[in-house]
Write a protein that binds this ligand. Structure first.
Ligand code: ADP
Ligand code: MG
Length: 509
């Protein structure tokens, strides 16, 4: 491609945070009419680099050219003036305002909401967005909020769009919708940068990939000339295996027996409908299903965090004694060795306290286990150190507040904390949400280690390919019902996909 068509040129961009060199003399071109996938491991400097285009950070060194003209971007307002808009990982919408009010918020001049709503509808029609201008943000799904963020930058006239891990919080269906919109925008001549860790997304969506490693630009190429393996090797800097191990189950015995479990939400909706299954020790039981099919309620019911309408959940001890968990409080369930690690869409929203440092966050865990709050400061520190070392968490030290860590690192702490608690049953949901491939594999390895120690693992995942590679059996949920339980070895992706949408893969009975 002719270099003169570059909408953006970044030259020798360097950015330091104290002693951390986040970007190191980076060169990057972004072209009109293309979708560029910006790749790199967690912490490799992707967000920082893009934040210098969107006016959040200012480079220590280097130059930025927009349409071949050298520019200085000191604020998001400057960025907008140059046609740059960024959709951040954490949305910046005001909950009590409507879509339209959020979109015009901060704009100078008179706020004619009616004209604004009209223009919003035009943008939506042009690219295929689905937004209700009058809907309040607190009533919106994550995907709808994201759409508002995108419309907001388009409303301000952006023709260079940056999306930072936009699909980390979307269902496969929502992702398809987003990608259709992005392709429309690309075909309309806009320059689009997407940061994602999902290789199949990179392959299906992007025209070109650019790779960062430890803050440095290590190369770019047309997407059609590369593949997941080569891209991963480039990101990591050495050859890595993308195969997920699946050791044989070790002496599997019933550990959790769920019978006829029925859960209703506060507003009366049936969330789990007569669910029965057995989770075995030394085995990974995967749970597949489209988002909101009862996965969350299932794990929370086992952990004692979810009111249950009927059925039973038994913990089966090594000697075969059955212990009913229903009616027990979460603390005593946790004391039995049932650990729940649920990675929410908003990673700081649950389970970790942003202002607290790593080891204090670990202490929250051991406090839950019933140890005295101040008596055992050593073991949370040890746990924190262990998690940092084993999961390669990038942090200056364990005294750093969690909120200062990058998203992927926060997550390693969240998952690592539960794994490090040496449970008997590990309930885990969306454990690799937002993690780069290498870190995801670290998590798969850790989960496999748990399995080989004889722990019963229940793994709720979003990526069918991973479920099929990692799990010994897969329980498929469809609208709160068990659609079937299939062996992980030999099951076909297509069949499991069908079971996710239709009970037993057949038309709804
Ligand atoms: N505001 C900040 N203060 C201190 N360090 C930061 C800040 N933002 C990012 N970093 C550090 O800069 C490096 C690159 O981070 P980031 O750009 O978020 O990586 P990526 O988006 O590729 O995961 C990391 O080591 C991260 O911890
Ligand atoms: Mg980032």
């Amino acid at each position: 491609m002719d270099i003169n068509l570059a909408a953006v040129k970044m030259r020798n961009i360097t950015k330091r945070f104290g002693s951390v060199l986040a970007n190191d003399r980076v060169w990057l071109n972004i072209y009109k009419g293309e979708i560029l996938a910006l790749l790199g491991e967690n912490g490799s400097g992707k967000t920082t680099l893009m934040n210098m285009l969107s006016g959040i950070y200012f480079p220590d060194e280097g130059d930025i050219y927009i349409n071949d003209e050298k520019v200085v971007i000191r604020s998001p307002k400057d960025a907008f003036a140059h046609g740059i808009g960024m959709i951040h990982q954490h949305f910046k919408l005001v909950d009590v305002l409507t879509a339209t009010e959020n979109i015009v918020l901060g704009l100078e001049g008179k706020l004619d909401l009616k004209t604004a709503a009209q223009k919003i509808r035009q943008i939506c029609d042009a690219y295929g967005f689905d937004v209700d201008p009058d809907q309040k943000v607190y009533d919106m799904s994550v995907s709808q909020k994201q759409t508002v963020e995108i419309v907001k930058v388009l409303f301000r006239g952006a023709d260079i769009l940056i999306l930072d891990e936009p699909t980390a919080v979307l269902t496969p269906q929502e992702t398809d919708k987003l990608f259709a919109v992005l392709r429309n925008m690309r075909d309309d001549g806009k320059a689009i940068v997407i940061i994602t860790h999902k290789m199949h997304e990179v392959e299906s969506l992007s025209d070109r990939v650019a790779v960062l490693r430890q803050g440095q630009f290590v190369g770019d190429m047309p997407t059609k000339d590369t593949n997941a393996q080569d891209m991963t090797n480039m990101m990591v800097g050495y050859p890595v295996s993308l195969n997920i191990n699946r050791p044989d189950p070790v002496d599997p015995k019933p550990r959790i027996e769920v019978k006829n479990l029925t859960v209703r939400s506060i507003d009366g909706i049936l969330k789990l409908d007569d669910v029965s299954f057995t989770a075995m020790s030394g085995e990974i039981l995967g749970v597949a299903g489209i988002s909101g099919s009862g996965q969350k309620e299932l794990l929370e019911a086992i952990a004692g965090l979810q009111p249950v309408e009927g059925g039973s959940i038994c913990y089966v001890d090594d000697d075969g004694t059955h212990d009913e968990l229903l009616g027990k409080d979460p603390l005593s369930i946790a004391e039995k060795g049932i650990a729940l690690s649920f990675v929410p869409e908003d990673r700081l929203g649950m389970g970790l306290v942003g202002e607290m440092n790593l080891s204090d966050n670990m202490m929250l865990r051991s406090f839950r286990k019933g140890k005295g709050f101040f008596t055992d400061r050593k073991s949370p520190r040890r746990l924190a150190k262990q998690v940092v070392e084993e999961l390669n968490v990038k942090t200056p030290n364990i005294e750093t507040p969690v909120r200062k860590l990058s998203g992927g690192n926060v997550q390693k702490v969240l998952v690592g904390r539960e794994i490090a608690s040496a449970p008997k049953v590990l309930l885990t949901a969306y454990a690799v949400r937002g993690l780069d491939i290498n870190s995801s594999h670290t998590i798969y390895d850790l989960i496999n280690q748990q399995k080989q120690k004889g722990i019963a693992v229940i793994y709720v995942g979003e990526d069918l390919d991973v479920l099929l590679e990692l799990c010994d059996r897969i329980l498929v949920l469809c609208a709160g019902k068990v659609s079937g339980i299939v062996p992980g070895r030999g099951a076909k992706k297509r069949d499991v996909g069908m079971m996710m949408t239709r009970l037993g893969g057949k038309d709804n009975a």
